[in-house]
Design a protein around this ligand. Structure first.
Ligand code: UDP
Length: 365
């Protein structure tokens, strides 16, 4: 045994584990099958702009400890996420707030907006929402559901809203104020210099081997460390022997444009069902960039199949049950800790990953 711990995956979860174990005096090796660290929060410099190669990430949290932890490794800017929804050329403010309600219905006061939502909820006859569609209508009414939620959600998840769990839509705030900050979080921002630099800082002084696929070299790699922290897909670890968990994958079409400003905002969601992509990200606006050029990414959502990159676990009942079966197997793998969005098959935000990794590593130490 050359190492106390082998960490499989150099993303946020793996990097925190590596940092904490190293600081506690353990000998750690981090491997990743990609040729770079930072997992899906990886950013790459293109034309002086930090491009979020695997989708936009905005750090936000109410947890002081998580915030203090990440800010040890990077200074964060004051970016506030305020996406715009584009429905067939009509622009709406997100998340759902008084600007959205005014544009949709012409209402001016919070009371008028609340009355409009209530009227549509009653007309739809929903008392206890049982799925995402009913949850959405009961939160914001049918007009907003039809124009800003239905098409987007069905593109994003590839399933009708009636077959999706309602918790997905509860991620979005609904406010009867003119506050269009997407997140209800005390702390929010983007690491200046990019997420990759932040992860590199976490991994400073720690041995990292890139381009190493754990599952393909499992036999020899399992021998080099006493314990393993595995952050890849849990079903892949067990060779899919109980069946495959479903994931959504994402494909990005990235373009460099010879103009300083394409859409005037970091995130524009295309909420109709005809536009094939879900959103366009204009990366420079995460960092108030003033470059002459701009880089945009169109985001296309697809059903994951073997060989694709998994992004989002599909946390519905069917997959939840299968995950529980895998988890039982995982609990019996004495020397392996499963963690992160893929290892725990959970739609984690970054701050939840930080909290969870710190909690789990504290137990180890
Ligand atoms: N959503 C929507 N319309 C939008 C943005 C989001 O209906 O314009 C719904 C959709 O179901 C999505 C969920 O809200 O899956 C969560 O969106 P969020 O932006 O939090 O997702 P992420 O950034 O993690 O992809």
């Amino acid at each position: 045994m050359n190492y106390d711990y082998l960490i499989v995956g150099a993303g946020l979860y793996g990097a925190i584990f590596a940092r904490e174990l190293t600081d506690a005096g353990k000998k750690v090796l981090v491997i990743d099958k990609r040729d770079h660290v930072a997992g899906n929060i990886y950013t790459e410099d293109v034309e002086g702009i930090n491009v979020h190669k695997y989708g936009a990430h905005i750090f936000h949290t109410n947890d002081k400890k998580a915030w203090e932890y990440v800010t040890r490794f990077a200074a964060f800017n004051r970016y506030t996420n305020s996406p715009v929804a584009n429905y067939k050329g009509e622009l709406y403010s997100l998340p759902f707030n008084m600007y959205t309600f005014n544009k949709m219905w012409g209402v001016v006061t919070p009371e008028e907006a609340a009355a409009k939502i209530e009227e549509q909820r009653q007309a739809a006859g929903i008392t206890e929402p049982k799925n995402l569609e009913e949850q959405a209508i009961s939160l914001v009414g049918t007009d907003i559901y039809e124009k800003l939620i239905k098409g987007y959600t069905q593109k994003q998840w590839g399933r009708p809203c009636t077959e999706l769990p309602s918790f997905i839509i509860k991620r979005l705030p609904v406010r009867l104020t003119f506050d269009n900050n997407y997140f209800n979080a005390l702390y929010q921002g983007i690491p200046m210099g990019g997420y990759t630099k932040m992860i590199e800082n976490m991994l400073e002084g720690i041995e990292v081997k890139l381009g190493v696929d754990y599952l393909e070299n499992r036999e020899e790699l399992s021998k080099i460390a006493g314990k393993i922290v595995y952050t890849g897909p849990i079903d892949a670890y067990f060779d899919y022997k109980l069946g495959t968990l479903e994931y959504r994958s994402v494909r990005f079409e990235t373009e460099i444009l010879d103009k300083p400003n394409f859409q005037g905002n970091a995130v524009v969601n295309y909420t109709d069902s005809e536009t094939p992509y879900t959103r366009i990200i204009e990366h420079k606006f995460f960092e108030f960039g003033t470059q002459d050029k701009t880089v945009i990414s169109r985001e296309y959502s697809s059903e994951w199949k073997k060989g694709d990159e998994p992004y989002y676990p599909v946390n519905d009942d069917k997959n939840g049950k299968l995950y529980q079966e895998y988890k039982q197997l995982a609990d019996n793998e004495g020397n392996v800790i499963f963690g992160g969005r893929l290892g725990e098959y959970k739609y984690y935000d970054m701050d939840a990953v930080v909290i969870r990794a710190l909690e789990m590593v504290a137990k180890e130490i």
